[in-house]
Design a protein around this ligand. Sequence first.
Ligand code: SAH
Length: 346
Amino acid sequence: MAASKKDIRALTKEDLRVFFVEQGDKAFRGNQVYEWLWQKSAHTFEDMTNVSKETRQMLEDNFVINHIEVDTMQRSKDGTVKNAVRLHDGLVVESVLIPTATRTTACVSSQVGCSLDCKFCATARLKRMRNLNPDEIYDQVVAIDKESRLYHNRPLSNIVFMGMGEPLMNYNNVMKAIDKITSSEGLGMSAKRITVSTSGVPKMIKKMADDDVKFNLAVSLHSAIDEVRTSIMPFNETFPLIDLKEALEYWYAKTKRKISYEYVVWKGINDTQKDVDALVEFCKHVPSKVNIIEYNPIDDGDFKQATNEALENYIHALEKNRIVVNVRRSRGKDIDAACGQLANKK
Ligand code: SAH
C-alpha cells in the first residue's frame, strides 16, 4: 500500500547512493535518481528514462514520490498569480507569484495554517495543521518558476517566505528547502534573492546568525511599543521587543546584513506621533530599512488602514533620520493574494 512506502524525497543524495549500493547497484545510480527528483522534478519513477525498467519497478515497490499539485490557479488583473497547492495528504496551502517590471517574486508558505495569532492576519484564523516538508516548499518555488516563464517569459528572480505560516517555527525544513533552492543540484538560485520574514522569534534569529545563512531577514514589526505590539501580535508577550532587539543586534554583528522591518499603519492603533518616535528609535539599534505595507482588510473588523497623513508622518520622520523607507502597494488584492489574505478561500 502506498501509505506504508517511504517518501523517496526525504532521502539525501548520500542516502540514495548507499541505498543503491545495498541493492547491488552502483552508487552513481543514486545521483541519477536524485537529479530526477530535484533538478528535473520527476513526478513518477516512469519518467526516469535513463534508469532501467527493473530499477524503476524496484523503486516503485519501495517508495512513493510525494509532490504537490497546483489545485487552482487564479490570475489577478495586475499579473499576480495565486496557486492553491494540494499536498500529498490533501491539505492545501497557497503561494503567490508577484511580477514587477524588473523581477518576479515567489511568495511561499512554510506551514499549513499558522501557530501565531496576529489579529490582523487571515492565516492566523486557520489553526496550524502541520509544518511543510522541504520538498513541499521547494515544489511551490518550482511551480511559480514555471508560471513565471510561461506568463512573463523570464525565470523567477526572488523568493520571499511571506506566505502562510511562521518560517522560524519550521526552521529545519525551511533551511533544507533553501539549501535545495540555492544548490546547483536544485534550482541554483542565489541566497541573496531570498528573504525569510518572521514575526520575530529571538532564539531562532540568533540561530540563523550562528548557522551563517546567506539570505535576507525581514521582521514583521508593526509596532515598536510593547503594549501596542502585544495587543495586535499577542506572542509579543513571550518575545518582547527587548529580546527581539537583542537578537537583531546579534544577527547584524554576525552577518553584517541590513534588516527589513515590515510595518502596517492602522487607524487608532499605531498612527500617533508616539508610535512614529518609537519606530525611529527602534530603527537605530541596527542598520535597517522600513517597508510600509498597505493594509489588506481581511474582514470588516477592527483594523483600518491609517490616513495618508499618518503615513506621511512616518515617512517624514524616518527620512529625517536617514532611515530608508519604502511604501509597498498591495498586489493581487482582487484574488485575495495580498499579504495576510491567504486563507484558502479560493
Ligand atoms: N509569519 C511571517 C510570514 C507571514 S506574514 C511573518 O510574520 O513575517 C507576511 C507579512 O504580511 C508580514 O509582514 C505580516 O505582518 C503581513 N500581514 C499579515 N496580515 C496582513 C494584512 N492583513 N495586511 C497587510 N499585511 C499583512
